[in-house]
Design a protein around this ligand. Structure first.
Ligand SMILES: NC(=O)C1=CN([C@@H]2O[C@H](COP(=O)(O)OP(=O)(O)OC[C@H]3O[C@@H](n4cnc5c(N)ncnc54)[C@H](OP(=O)(O)O)[C@@H]3O)[C@@H](O)[C@H]2O)C=CC1
Ligand SMILES: O=CC(=O)O
Length: 291
């Protein structure tokens, strides 16, 4: 199967590499074109623009940073819209808000193309090992056509109905995840300041009802101030912001998520946006030793 792939950041690089290693023919494009080189060394072809990739491939996947990037790659000069047409499918796996996804859907389908949103749950390592959870919605026939690729990229795919539902599900999941990360950071800090060994806290948490892969995976690195990015903090803050907007639209009070968003904003203002989202832990350290 031949696919196009737009966006070779942390996730896009791992996902397109996975497709290549599993026998797919892949044509890649990235805004910073030099990031295509490693994929080319593994057998990928390059498209010089998104339009060129769409022209070449029947199905094209995008994995871009945020709503502005997702819209720009479709609508701007040399973008997806210039070549999309009947018989071609476009799958946006970026995390965006439902409104952005609906705008992209309208643009693609107005030219006769098919559109599927398919954001993913799971980070750098699940992307590398094909263990993502795929949250698809939109064109069912395109979903079915993409299953061979989704089976390589993920451990489970959900089809959630109309465009927007995939984006909503992803935002709900990441709202919970971001709030959990803040509670976890406060817990580690409280353990330390009150004279406990935070490593003991990790062991206790791991044996109880709130054990989870995130605490287990990130905790030891956080205690060593290691925030090597798997999920960049700026993207987590974007997801909290978009989830809060969804809460506004639906009149859902979300004080926990709102406080978490403030903590992520503070971390961004401290220059931690490109670090892993667990670096929100650092926002608690600036208060150290105040009495
Ligand atoms: N990392 C993770 O753990 C996960 C991330 N996600 C979501 O996946 C998406 C990608 O994340 P990730 O790979 O981590 O992000 P990165 O920041 O590593 O990569 C972002 C990609 O978007 C491109 N890009 C940014 N702005 C533009 C623009 N204006 N026009 C064209 N391309 C642009 C970048 O190109 P360039 O190289 O030129 O900067 C790069 O290819 C995000 O929506 C994120 O929320 C979802 C699940 C997990
Ligand atoms: O969006 C991030 C993730 O880990 O999922």
């Amino acid at each position: 199967m031949e696919v196009g792939f737009l966006g070779l950041g942390i996730m896009g690089k791992a996902m397109s590499m996975n497709l290549l290693k599993n026998g797919f023919k892949v044509t890649v494009w990235n805004r910073t074109l030099s990031k295509c080189n490693e994929l080319v060394a593994h057998g990928a072809s390059i498209g010089k623009t998104p339009a060129e990739v769409i022209n070449k491939c029947t199905i094209t996947i995008a994995m871009l940073s945020d709503p502005a990037a997702a819209l720009s790659v479709v609508l701007d000069k040399d973008g997806v819209l210039e070549q999309i047409c009947g018989g071609k499918g476009y799958i946006d796996m970026s995390t965006v808000d439902p409104e952005t996804s609906c705008k992209i859907n309208e643009a693609i389908t107005s030219k006769g193309g098919r559109f599927l949103e398919a954001p993913v749950s799971g980070s750098k390592q699940p992307a590398e090992t094909g263990q993502l959870v795929i949250l698809a919605a939109g064109d069912k026939a395109l979903y079915e056509a993409a299953i061979p690729a989704f089976d390589i990229l993920g451990k489970k795919s959900f089809f959630l109905g109309q465009v927007g539902n995939g984006a909503k599900m992803k935002l709900v999941v990441n709202m919970i995840m971001g709030s959990m990360m803040n509670a976890f950071s406060e817990g580690l800090t409280l353990a330390d300041r009150s004279g406990l060994n935070p490593l003991d806290l990790l062991d206790v948490l791991d044996l109880g009802a709130i054990a989870n892969p995130m605490f287990k995976g990130k905790g030891p690195a956080m205690l060593q101030n290691n925030y090597s990015p798997a999920f960049p903090l700026k993207h987590q803050q974007k997801d909290m912001r978009l989830a809060l907007a969804l809460g506004d639209e639906n009149s859902v009070p979300m004080p926990v998520a709102a406080a978490s968003n403030e903590a992520f904003k503070k971390a961004r203002s401290m220059g931690l946006g490109d670090m892993d989202f667990s670096a929100v832990f650092e926002t608690l350290k600036v208060l150290k030793h105040s009495s």
